[in-house]
Design a binder for this molecule. Structure first.
Ligand SMILES: CC(C)(COP(=O)(O)OP(=O)(O)OC[C@H]1O[C@@H](n2cnc3c(N)ncnc32)[C@H](O)[C@@H]1OP(=O)(O)O)[C@@H](O)C(=O)NCCC(=O)NCCS
Length: 186
């Protein structure tokens, strides 16, 4: 007879499949916890001060409140915990200035999967959810120069690099774009 499963195996068996839903202000503490888990490991090796600045300036409740009012957020949840999020908005509704951008881009501003849940298809499924919300025929995003994991993931998902923007004292931003068929399922 097979041995009884260990506690670790029982926990693994119980780890539920992710569920996907729209994000709300009730998720703000979950977004912050996700940021604390994923931002340092993602950006620390590129520029530790930049990783800290991101957490201090952009992963804070006030910025999420503004973002939730202007952008659409999608959340992946496992056992009641936010393990990933993505959002979609427009350059024209951003609180940041983009003097070099012509036209109004639909932008996925964030796509973040908790390190413990990466490689399980959650990022791909959130991206598909965002693509389904795009009104036009192209989706844009910015990736920090040096974030090879994300850059390679986006390339594999059909994005192409369009331009690099000088970040001054901070890492450069790389804009990427994906063309979407107008007759796609939504
Ligand atoms: C980049 C990220 C969003 C990808 O999400 P993920 O859930 O780990 O990726 P998935 O499991 O959905 O991978 C989907 C597919 O992409 C592939 N993929 C994942 N990472 C890849 C990489 N670095 N290079 C090439 N392909 C990659 C997977 O093999 C998989 O292929 P398949 O569908 O053929 O099996 C996630 O790893 C992450 O949050 N990274 C840290 C934060 C970050 O950098 N976010 C982006 C900010 S711009």
């Amino acid at each position: 007879m097979a041995d009884s499963p260990s506690l670790v195996e029982v926990r693994a068996q119980r780890a539920s499949e992710p569920t996907f839903r729209a994000g709300t202000v009730a998720d703000i503490p979950g977004f912050r916890a996700l940021g604390e888990a994923v931002v340092p490991s993602t950006y620390g090796p590129i520029d530790a001060a930049y990783a800290q600045r991101m957490l201090d300036e952009w992963w804070v409740p006030e910025v999420f409140e503004t973002s939730l009012a202007r952008n659409t957020h999608l959340v992946a949840e496992v056992d009641g915990e936010v393990v990933a999020m993505a959002n979609l908005g427009r350059v024209s509704r951003s609180y940041r200035d983009f003097p070099y951008v012509t036209g109004d881009r639909e932008v996925m501003w964030k796509l973040y999967v908790h390190p413990d849940h990466q490689g399980r298809g959650i990022g791909r499924r959130l991206l598909a959810g965002i693509e389904a919300l795009v009104e036009g025929d192209e989706l844009w995003l910015e990736v920090v120069d040096g974030n090879a994991q994300a850059y390679d993931f986006y390339r594999a998902q059909g994005f192409e690099e369009v331009e690099r923007v000088d970040g001054g004292p901070w890492p450069d931003d790389v804009w990427m774009r994906k063309e979407l068929p107008m007759d796609r399922a939504r």
